[in-house]
Design a protein around this ligand. Structure first.
Ligand SMILES: Nc1ncnc2c1ncn2[C@@H]1O[C@H](COP(=O)(O)OP(=O)(O)OP(=O)(O)O)[C@@H](O)[C@H]1O
Ligand SMILES: N[C@@H](CCO)C(=O)O
Length: 371
């Protein structure tokens, strides 16, 4: 399930000063204000490439994430509207080809329209061709990739585009947390956080976002991964709803668990950037993995087996994929072999498939496309 319910709708994600007019419409071209302007004067085509992401990395719940070398590809042809309502045609290949809608209710198109409307523009006619390689509901950031694609499509269609800060704020607010979205947008390894409500970040008014709606602007800092760092994912042949996994988390945790987690999260930054030999200790989490064990016992059994063998294995995002952070090419290969040995099939036919994937240095990219 997509996490829009946890976040904000795009029109709410924009500060009142940026959202014009307040009555601007909704998906599928209905109830639009006549004040909405046409964003295009001529047709344009472009191609987006957006990476999968893995969030949490153990103790970095809702704050740490990295981009992986596995990409969704989207080609968009946009043209000024020929009729009163936008004509939207969508083709989907790969993940979601059997299930995703082919009209304006498609997640990417819905979000593009809402962002354009919030900026005072209408949705143009769109032809969208999506080739989806990121598996859905496996903890590899498919919904964050869709949100990043929508934000960059809106950026490309808007006459004045979106600022870097708008891209950060809008997508993070739609997702509800920035850990997948930021690396999908910017690539690499990132630590992200949210200001306290109505806070001035680090006491500096200058740094306060023009899009801060009062409930705390999102912030991010890139981490420079150590050159030896390698990533292996074990992707299962079953899905896990992010919302169900989030609902398993307790409202409160012990102070001792919080202290333990903060030590490991701090160590994780050191291990990722300077000391990958510490990754096993650094990926111990106290906030979410054990609490979610009932949702993905097979994934947790794989994490346990890999960790017992010395590999820094964690649940990827809200599961059920497993991520191994490795210290060398040799350790990554050994982890992939161990995943093949431990990862089923079990009695239910569940099986985990290992892939050694590079960390993607770039987030979503947009290139002009010749039709
Ligand atoms: N490319 C896409 N186009 C349209 N909708 C998508 C796309 N990718 C994902 N979605 C929607 O998002 C849902 C998956 O979101 P969900 O948050 O449950 O999992 P995830 O993002 O894959 O995992 P995680 O957030 O744990 O990394 C899909 O079922 C689909 O409804
Ligand atoms: N931090 C999120 C990632 C998945 O969206 C979670 O674990 O629920």
């Amino acid at each position: 399930m997509h996490k829009l319910g946890q976040g904000l709708a795009p029109e709410e994600a924009l500060a009142p000063s940026a959202a014009t007019p307040p009555s601007a419409g909704n998906a599928a071209g209905n109830h639009e204000s006549p004040q909405l302007r046409e964003p295009l004067s001529a047709p344009m085509s472009f191609h987006l490439r957006v990476p999968a992401t893995s969030a949490n990395l153990g103790p970095g719940y809702d704050s740490m994430g990295l981009a992986l070398g596995l990409f969704d590809e989207i080609t968009v042809h946009a043209a000024p509207r020929r009729g009163a309502q936008a004509q939207v045609q969508i083709t989907v290949e790969g993940e979601g080809s059997e299930t995703l809608p082919r009209d304006a209710s498609h997640l990417v198109v819905t979000l593009v329209e809402k962002i354009l409307n919030a900026k005072g523009f209408s949705l143009p006619d769109l032809e969208v061709r999506a080739v989806n390689n990121i598996p859905h509901s496996r903890g590899l950031g498919s919904s964050a990739a869709a949100v990043a694609s929508a934000v960059m499509t809106a950026d490309t269609l808007l006459p004045e585009g979106l600022s870097e800060d708008e891209k950060l704020q809008i997508g993070s607010r739609i997702e509800g947390h920035p850990d997948n979205y930021v690396p999908a947008l910017r690539g690499g390894v990132a630590i992200s956080w949210q200001d306290a409500p109505n806070a001035l970040s680090s006491g500096s008014e200058v740094r306060r976002s023009t899009l801060d709606t009062g409930d705390g602007a999102f912030r991010t800092a890139p981490l420079l991964p150590h050159p030896r760092l390698r990533t292996v994912v074990a992707v299962p042949n079953f899905e896990q709803s992010t919302q169900v996994a989030r609902d398993l988390l307790p409202a409160q945790i012990d102070h001792s668990a919080a202290a333990q987690n903060s030590a490991r999260a701090a160590l994780l930054v050191h291990a990722l950037t300077s000391a990958p030999e510490l990754l096993l200790d650094a990926t111990e989490d106290a906030l979410h993995q054990q609490q979610r064990r009932p949702a993905f016992p097979g994934s947790m059994a794989l994490v346990d087996g890999l960790r017992a063998a010395g590999f820094a294995a964690v649940i990827s995002g809200a599961g059920p994929s497993v991520l191994v952070l490795a210290d060398s090419d040799a350790q990554a290969s050994a982890a992939a072999q161990r995943i093949s040995a431990l990862g089923g099939p079990d009695a239910q036919g569940h099986v985990f498939t290992p892939s050694i994937l590079p960390i993607a240095g770039s987030g979503v990219t947009v290139e002009a496309h010749q039709r």
